[in-house]
Design a protein around this ligand. Structure first.
Ligand SMILES: Nc1ncnc2c1ncn2[C@@H]1O[C@H](COP(=O)(O)OP(=O)(O)OP(=O)(O)O)[C@@H](O)[C@H]1O
Length: 238
């Protein structure tokens, strides 16, 4: 379980997260939505201990990330697929993480297979497409078989086969009772993947709702209604 309790995070004069409280439950895929700059990535970084809140608490299984005894075993994350040393091979990248988490080498082959990267495991990451990097980021997130996953726009750059693959993967992980928090701007994709939605705007909670409670119309319409007052960056109307 992930808990954000009355969290505020500011950067200078920008309030990225504003007294946000929300709980992400296991056993379902929770889609994390909001306009550009809404505070989604910041919230995820707070949960992962990469930022400190100015006020409130961000908790993983009831504890701050830094207090977790075996963090990679509890929570896997994909934040920035580009944050991999370009000179390393995919297998070496995972090997480095596996060593840090005290994992067996066989698990590396398993996650490479699971993410469809076995054939390119010996290639340097610098030559990878965005979709391949996303797959590698997912392989890293899944490495220690964590019960919680935090994924920031994992569908970015994936081809249609990859999009369907990740949809099935995330739904399968949730069906196993895991906690899956996934941000995306692809609303139609979230309509197919998520069971539950958390929508934020300007760092504040706009909705925390089962997908089914949003009615029968296109999810995009419901989303745009929810966020219309919170869009910070809007293209000019002609
Ligand atoms: N390290 C930082 N320094 C200064 N401002 C930051 C920093 N990180 C985030 N912000 C600001 O905080 C706000 C929230 O940003 P954040 O990246 O969390 O939003 P987001 O919902 O993930 O946006 P997007 O959908 O565009 O990725 C933005 O105004 C952003 O400019």
């Amino acid at each position: 379980m992930l808990e954000v309790r009355e969290v505020t995070k500011t950067y200078g004069r920008t309030t990225a997260v504003d007294e946000l409280s929300v709980t992400i439950h296991p056993g379902r895929v929770t889609g994390f939505l909001g306009p550009n700059g809404a505070g989604k990535t910041t919230t995820m970084r707070l949960l992962l201990g990469l930022e400190r809140p100015d006020a409130g608490k961000a908790l993983v299984n009831g504890r701050p990330y830094r207090a977790l005894a075996r963090p990679l075993h509890e929570v896997g994350a994909l934040l920035d697929a580009g944050a991999v040393h370009p000179g390393r091979t995919a297998r070496a990248h995972l090997g480095w993480l596996a060593a840090a988490a005290d994992l067996k080498g066989t698990r590396i082959s398993q996650v490479l297979e699971l993410t469809g990267l076995t054939a390119v495991a010996g290639r340097r990451v610098g030559g990878f497409s965005l979709g391949m990097r996303q797959r590698l980021g997912l392989a890293a997130a899944l490495l220690a078989d964590p019960r919680i996953l935090i994924l920031d726009e994992p569908v970015n750059g994936l081809d249609p086969e990859g999009v369907r693959w990740i949809r099935d993967l995330l739904r399968g992980l949730a069906a196993e009772g895991r906690t899956v928090l996934v941000s995306s701007h692809l609303i139609s994709e979230m309509a197919l993947t998520a069971d539950h939605l958390v929508v934020i705007g300007r760092g504040r909670l706009l909705a925390d709702t089962p997908l089914t409670a949003l009615g029968d119309g296109p999810l995009e319409d419901a989303y745009l209604r929810l966020t219309e007052q919170s869009v910070e960056y809007r293209a000019g109307d002609r």
